[in-house]
Design a protein around this ligand. Structure first.
Ligand SMILES: [Zn+2]
Ligand SMILES: [Zn+2]
Length: 102
């Protein structure tokens, strides 16, 4: 089985404390669907190679014609920015009300 599949696991959000389940749409979860915070665990999306592990704050929303809506996260420890796809068509979809507040 692919590494990516194995790493599609649930987690407890370090910002709001909610229990987040793994995505059921074939993608992997990298941010909380309730408060949209993420953790700095990737150097490139999905690689889980970052040693930072800082809390990443959602700072904006962009639209990509290929990938759809993406949330911009910026790390509160090292300041790096990453874009992550909005989670849809899954158990625990991203909270659209929260996204529109970005
Ligand atoms: Zn959260
Ligand atoms: Zn960081």
């Amino acid at each position: 089985m692919s590494r990516r599949l194995k790493e599609n696991t649930g987690f407890i959000c370090q910002n709001c404390g909610c229990e987040v389940v793994a995505l059921t749409n074939g993608s992997y979860r990298n941010h909380c669907p309730f408060c949209l915070y993420s953790l700095h665990v990737d150097n490139k999306p999905g690689d889980r190679n970052s040693l930072c592990k800082g809390l990443m704050r959602p700072t904006g929303l962009t639209y990509n014609s290929k990938k759809g809506y993406q949330i911009t996260h910026s790390c509160q420890c090292c300041g790096v920015s990453q874009r992550n796809k909005v989670a849809t068509n899954t158990l625990q979809e991203d909270d659209m009300d929260e996204i529109l507040l970005l």
